[in-house]
Ligand binder design. Structure first.
Ligand code: NAI
Ligand SMILES: C[N+](C)(C)CC(=O)CC(=O)[O-]
Length: 484
């Protein structure tokens, strides 16, 4: 059964939450008195639709249904999750969380997006909320800080993992949780640097993104500093840089006064730096960069890359189409398209390569088999580009085994875009010993599984297989030239 979430307050963060739930197949009810809420959430959602599926190698579930309500009670009736994202004012949080605790089903988790209030403050007037603090953009960044009663945070963590997030449960409550305490320290220090005329907003951003911003995405602070200690590691690092904490390297505890002059200085510098782009354009630039970085981290499984890999594995399904195994299902990300406005030729091969990997896993040539020193190497591929594919299209790849005797594995992939055949990719692989780098026979279990598929697929039509470049097609309709 489709699960549902109520989003109370649909601004920057509520909009991101709505997108995260919807794109993971949940139905979403929104309550926000702002007459512009529907438009704003629509814009966030269209950015999310182009970014989030690009993280995964498997297709996401069908999107849930989005509904707007003018009555908070109706919005939360029968939902599994309620997420409060109203402005950061304790009196307002009390009012809204109190009402939600009365109106929402007993079984529903009530999460507050608060950046800084503790559960003991939020629940001081009888509410039953936990802190579920996300990061902007909520639909892309996995971290969610959970604070509150253990039974509630455990239930929340399980649900959040199901929508691809990384729950980090705090050991004890503290103002501003973990991440915002760190961010506030950098923010305070940066305000001083601008106020004292040491650096502009742009120079501070360069200092972050040209160096430690990149480092932090993959190893965080402590692992990075351990390496900075050289062979002697963390102790040497602390011996060398510990004393600096008492030098005038930091002003952390003082906060500059937010005078009109300081606000104008910072806002003016920020306009000079980024005013040439709208907020939505900046969001798309940010999203493309974040997707690219997280995809790079997927290779090693570091940080957010590991979280996305785990969710990707959950998205895998065992299906068949036309009597053949479905070996890849994925949504085409904008990054796969080119100057011609359609999927670039390289990604037809990428989709089929994912299908080959999946087929190998299906027959037992999986990660542990490869780790044991055996694998398949591709030695030849022929692609027929039959139809255009566009960003957002959902591709389904089926795999037919044309032959599997001895060391050979001869596959015929079909790339379906809905009911249209977008390409066929015929590929020959040879079983190889990864130590000697020479071909060898597969293990018996793999050989048997391949042979069983070859026998099952033997009588099936495989129109277009066995062709080479420039060969004229007999009866099938012309592909009308190259499409990439
Ligand atoms: N903006 C950020 O970077 C982050 C914000 N947060 C937290 O998320 C919460 C919301 O912040 P933003 O989304 O940035 O604020 P926002 O100002 O963009 O959105 C707040 C929304 O709440 C609506 N609202 C006001 N009163 C309401 C009520 N009584 N019932 C329902 N909706 C109501 C407003 O119309 C508005 O759409 C805050 O607690 C904030 O600390 C958490 C992580 C990051
Ligand atoms: C500025 N902020 C305190 C609202 C930031 C956050 O809470 C998290 C984020 O997304 O940076």
């Amino acid at each position: 059964m489709t699960r549902s979430a109520a989003i109370i307050g649909g601004g920057v963060i509520g909009g991101g939450w709505a997108a995260r739930f919807l794109l993971n197949g949940w139905n979403v009810n929104v309550f926000d008195p702002d007459p512009e809420a529907e438009r704003k959430i629509g814009e966030v959602l269209s950015n999310a639709r182009r970014a989030l599926p690009a993280l995964y190698d498997n297709a996401m579930p069908d999107e849930g249904e989005l509904q707007f309500f003018s009555d908070m009670g109706q919005a939360v009736a029968n939902v599994d999750w309620v997420q409060e994202s109203v402005p950061e004012r304790l009196d307002l949080k009390h009012k809204v969380l109190g009402a939600l605790s009365d109106l929402a089903p007993e079984t529903a988790v009530i999460g507050s997006s608060t950046s800084g209030f503790k559960p003991s403050e939020l629940n001081a007037e009888g509410a039953r909320a936990i802190v579920a603090h996300p990061f902007n953009p909520v639909y892309l960044l996995p971290l969610i800080e959970l604070v509150g009663e253990a039974e509630r945070t455990e239930k929340a963590a399980e649900i959040l993992r199901g929508i691809g997030m990384f729950p980090l449960t705090l050991r004890k409550e503290i103002d501003a949780h973990i991440a915002d305490r760190l961010l506030e320290a950098v923010w305070r220090e940066s305000l001083w640097l601008v106020k004292d005329g040491v650096a502009t907003t742009e120079e501070i951003d360069e200092a972050i993104r040209m160096a430690f911003g990149i480092r932090w995405a993959q190893m965080g602070l402590f692992e990075t500093y351990r390496i900075a200690g050289g062979e002697a590691g963390m102790k040497h690092f602390m011996a060398q840089f510990g004393p600096a904490l008492e030098w005038p390297w930091t002003k952390l505890m003082d906060v500059p006064e937010f005078t009109d002059e300081l606000v104008d200085l910072i806002a003016g510098q920020s306009d000079d730096q980024s005013g040439h782009m709208s907020i939505r354009e900046l969001e798309r630039l940010r999203d493309d960069n974040v997707v690219g970085m997280i995809r790079a981290l997927k290779r090693s499984g570091s940080g957010a890359g590991g979280v996305v890999n785990a969710h990707d594995a959950n998205l895998l399904t065992n299906e068949t189409k036309d009597g053949l195994p479905v070996t890849a299902r994925r949504q085409v990300p904008a990054s796969w398209t080119d100057y011609n406005g359609h999927m670039n030729e390289t990604h037809y091969l990428e989709a089929s390569s994912l299908a080959t990997d999946r087929f190998m896993a299906i027959v037992g040539a999986d990660e542990s088999y490869i780790a044991s020193g055996k694998s398949y190497f591709t030695v030849e591929t022929h692609i027929r580009y039959l139809d255009e594919v566009h960003a957002g299209d959902k591709l389904t790849v089926t795999t037919q085994v044309m032959g599997g005797e001895g060391k050979k594995l001869h596959l015929f992939h079909r790339l379906w875009n809905g009911e249209s055949l977008a390409a066929t990719v015929e590929t020959l692989l040879l079983h190889t010993d990864l130590n000697t780098r020479r071909t060898c026979l597969p293990e018996e279990a793999v050989a048997k599984a391949v042979a069983a598929y070859a026998e099952e697929h033997a009588g099936k039509d495989a129109d277009g297989h066995g062709r080479h470049v420039g060969q004229r097609q007999a009866a099938a309709p012309s592909p009308e030239g190259a499409v990439t």
